[in-house]
Design a protein around this ligand. Structure first.
Ligand code: BES
Ligand code: ZN
Ligand code: ZN
Length: 456
């Protein structure tokens, strides 16, 4: 895709809240309407108000119309605003809407380079450059998450991380199953132990000179979640290649941050494992000791993400000193999807300022986050009769909260206020197109976190 200052083959216009009506074509300029007039070389898209989400949707539907009618270029005037978020979203939508995953199709989609002719005297070079970095990270996440589990094993994810590190100014350390076992990361180790594809703990560091702040990002990287011996029913197992989304998201974020040259130190810890069955599988009734010494009664091997994350959080707190924030990203619970729907991520933690800020930044970037508050009655639900804590709650209700609370047990006292948990089980992977997102992986969270980190 190229953004140029020339004329285009067709002209596109974003119509806000019915400001323009084309009655002869039944176009009212309402939200979500798209009108293409191929003979007149015109495209109109309606939105109800100007915000980031709507602009991304509008420009993504323009690019889709362009593809459908085989136009090669489109001329459009960017919104008349100085708001960086709105402008970024305007440009991002074209690239995000152009995404197609056809890796496994024998008939590949044709991708002629599309030209976006920017009809304005203003200089958008910097914004366009940033939009390209952001969307290339988002599409990178989409590609890896969409790739099949037999291809993206923990070792493969580690080699992808190494490549990202090599191409950017990032350091990358990779630890294998022996390291995990020998160093007492037995919760993580146990989840992975029945798999023919051994686990990896991946630690990437982006360390600019004179960094203003230090942030640690931790991601759940289940390259496949069969449920383990507490096996998932067939219908629920499909799409579980997406259980690596949290890890891939943090990889995408650190990639973009380094390409943008931000002066914030970023660590990305990816817990990559496969949750499988076998004679060697960890079992309901096993008691596992995590790195911080806490013992965990396993009552359901499908609640595996929290076990992997528990040890990754321990690793981060032991090995990274004086960080300002520690945030984890995980497709952690079906309960979060039941509660909030597929388009919203849950946020949990003890620092309301951080949570409120993340929600606000999400709005600015067109992504939805909702605060799920802990309360004093919940901890009791994780009590175990045989170990320090149980890996599932005794209640059927509030599964997203009890999972988040489980993680908090592996956050040291002095870090409690620095920790935020993002359950992205809903929006990370949706089996239908939504807004500017395609079927499958969305790359959700990358855009918001880049802005969040940039604002520290
Ligand atoms: N990976 C799943 C959560 C999930 C479900 C993600 C649906 C995306 C879509 C997780 O490991 C899991 O299986 N969680 C269980 C927890 C339960 C056993 C307490 C769940 O949500 O059912
Ligand atoms: Zn599971
Ligand atoms: Zn899982």
């Amino acid at each position: 895709m190229e953004f140029l200052k020339t004329k285009g083959e067709v002209k596109a216009e974003i119509v806000v809240n019915g400001a323009k009506k084309l009655e002869e074509y039944g176009f009212d300029g309402k939200d979500g309407e798209v009108l293409v007039l191929p003979e007149k070389k015109r495209i109109y898209v309606g939105i109800d108000e100007i915000n980031s989400e709507n602009l991304k949707i509008a420009t993504s539907s323009i690019i889709k119309a362009l593809k459908k009618y085989k136009f090669e270029s489109v001329e459009i005037t960017p919104p008349n605003t100085k708001d960086k978020d709105l402008l970024l979203s305007f440009f991002e939508g074209f690239i995000l809407g152009d995404y197609e995953f056809d890796k496994y199709k024998s008939q590949k989609a044709k991708h002629p380079i599309k030209k976006i002719a920017i009809n304005s005297k203003r200089d958008f070079e910097e914004i366009i450059n940033e939009a390209k970095i952001r969307t290339s990270a988002i599409n990178f996440v989409r590609d890896i998450v969409n790739s099949m589990p037999d291809e993206i094993t923990p070792a493969k994810l580690a080699s992808i991380a190494e490549e990202v590190a090599k191409e950017n100014n990032i350091e990358c350390k990779i630890y294998d199953e022996n390291y995990l076992y020998d160093n007492g990361y037995h919760a993580f180790y146990s989840v992975a132990k029945a798999s023919a594809n051994p686990p990896r703990l991946i630690h990437l560091t982006y360390k600019p000179k004179n960094a203003k702040r230090k942030i640690v990002l931790v991601g759940k990287g289940l390259t496949y979640d069969s449920g383990g011996l507490s096996l998932k029913p067939s219908d629920f197992m499909v799409t579980m290649k997406s259980d690596k989304s949290g890890a891939v998201t943090v990889l995408g974020i650190i990639k973009a941050i380094s390409e943008l040259d931000l002066d914030i130190e970023v660590h990305a810890i990816l817990g990559a494992a496969e949750n499988m069955i076998g004679g060697n599988a960890y079992k309901p009734d096993d008691v596992l000791k995590a790195k911080n010494g806490k013992t965990i009664e396993v009552r359901n091997t499908d609640a595996e993400g929290r076990l992997v994350l528990a040890d990754c959080l321990c690793y981060a707190q032991e090995n990274i000193k004086d960080f300002d924030y520690i945030m984890d990203f995980a497709t952690l619970t079906g309960a979060c999807v039941v509660g909030l729907g597929e388009y919203t991520a849950g946020i949990m933690g003890f620092n309301k300022n951080t949570i409120e800020k993340a929600i606000k930044v999400g709005e600015r970037r067109g992504e939805h986050f909702a605060y799920l508050p802990f309360n004093k009655y919940l901890p009791k639900l994780l009590k175990s009769n045989v170990a320090d804590i149980c890996n599932i709650a005794s209640s059927r209700y509030g599964g997203a909260l009890t999972a988040g609370l489980f993680l908090s047990e592996f956050i040291e006292k002095e870090n409690k206020e620095k920790w935020t948990h993002f359950d992205i089980a809903g929006p990370a992977y949706v089996e239908k197109e939504w807004g500017y997102n395609p079927y499958g992986a969305s790359g959700f969270g990358v855009d918001t976190l880049i802005t969040f980190i940039n604002s520290l």
